[in-house]
Design a protein. Structure first.
Length: 309
């Protein structure tokens, strides 16, 4: 791995970065002029434009493409990020610490990208682009193919090997046509990106058993889609990755988890029946975040109400 030109955790004046290296001073995605680099900037102020950046796990960062109004497209900065490996450009992530000042976080390398539903600066619903990056030099504990097939005009094998080898990525993403877009916006646009976020967030393992074959695991909502608000439906904190038996029981509120992650079993099923499918009653989720607590609490309340009935 090449030497880093920036110091991790060092705070820089953003204007000084551009004075030295060039690039757009206003955009979140800034290809430099003097060097084959792309500087990307993340911060809470982007939320007003529907940007939703986050560390899905310690090594995977999801980054929203540029474009403040209307659907995002693979042009300009978005295209530069999409093609950064093929074009030999390095990507460096900075996060705002205060107005005009950014902290260098890490060099990144593209893993995948997908569409998701968000709002624009006018608060109108639109289709955004979600980039999934890994820390440069890190190997993910997953076969990239299991994340889901990207839309492409080339074969799956032609796509995957370049990603695994950090070689040029040959994607040809097709934006939905008008009819498809209308259907997506009114149903579950972004579920591809949402599922990928869940997979990364749970580090490709069942939240309960650590089983790690993604052909089997199910990414589910804690508060069901039909009961969730628009925001909750695409909130990664409202997602959980489970093995099929646990997913089915959890979905039907036959099991739940308290705010410490301990499992609770419904008395509507005999203990011996749980044991037949491998559920012991001693299971525990260890990777609970603060953002999950309200969703788990709501699931727990429904579980309790069904017991009373």
């Amino acid at each position: 791995m090449e030497q880093l030109p920036f110091i991790p955790n060092q705070v820089y004046r953003r204007s000084s970065l551009h004075d030295q290296y060039g690039g757009n001073r206003q955009s979140g995605i800034s290809p430099t002029v003097q060097y084959p680099w792309i500087l990307i900037f993340s911060g809470t102020r982007g939320q007003q434009h529907g940007y939703k950046d986050r560390w899905e796990n310690k090594n995977v960062f999801s980054y929203t493409g540029e474009g403040q109004v209307g659907d995002m497209t693979f042009t300009r900065g978005n295209l530069a990020l999409h093609d950064h490996i093929r074009n030999g450009r390095r990507v460096f992530l900075f996060e705002y610490v205060r107005t005009g000042y950014v902290q260098f976080v890490s060099e990144l390398s593209l893993v995948d990208c997908d569409y998701f539903e968000t709002h624009d600066s006018n608060q109108d619903l639109r289709i955004g682009i979600k980039f999934f990056f890994k820390r440069a030099g890190v190997e993910l504990d997953i076969n990239v193919e299991e994340l889901g097939k990207p839309v492409s005009t080339v074969s799956q094998s032609d796509i995957l090997q370049p990603i695994l080898d950090d070689q040029p990525i040959i994607y040809d993403y097709l934006r939905p046509n008008i009819t498809e877009r209308s259907g997506l916006v009114n149903t579950r646009v972004g579920q591809g990106a949402y599922r990928k976020s869940i997979l990364h967030r749970w580090e490709y393992k069942c939240a309960v058993t650590n089983f790690n074959d993604l052909r089997i695991l199910i990414a589910s909502h804690i508060v069901p889609w039909k009961d969730a608000t628009d925001q909750e439906r695409l909130d990664v904190e409202n997602g959980i990755l489970l093995s099929p038996a646990y997913d089915a029981l959890f979905d039907k509120h036959l099991i739940t988890f308290d705010n410490k992650g301990h499992i609770e079993l419904s008395s509507s099923i005999e203990t011996s029946a749980y044991h037949k499918i491998g559920v012991t009653g001693s299971e525990k989720i260890n990777n609970i975040s603060d953002g999950m607590l309200s969703y788990l609490s709501e699931h727990h309340n429904v579980f309790r109400s069904k017991l009373i009935l």
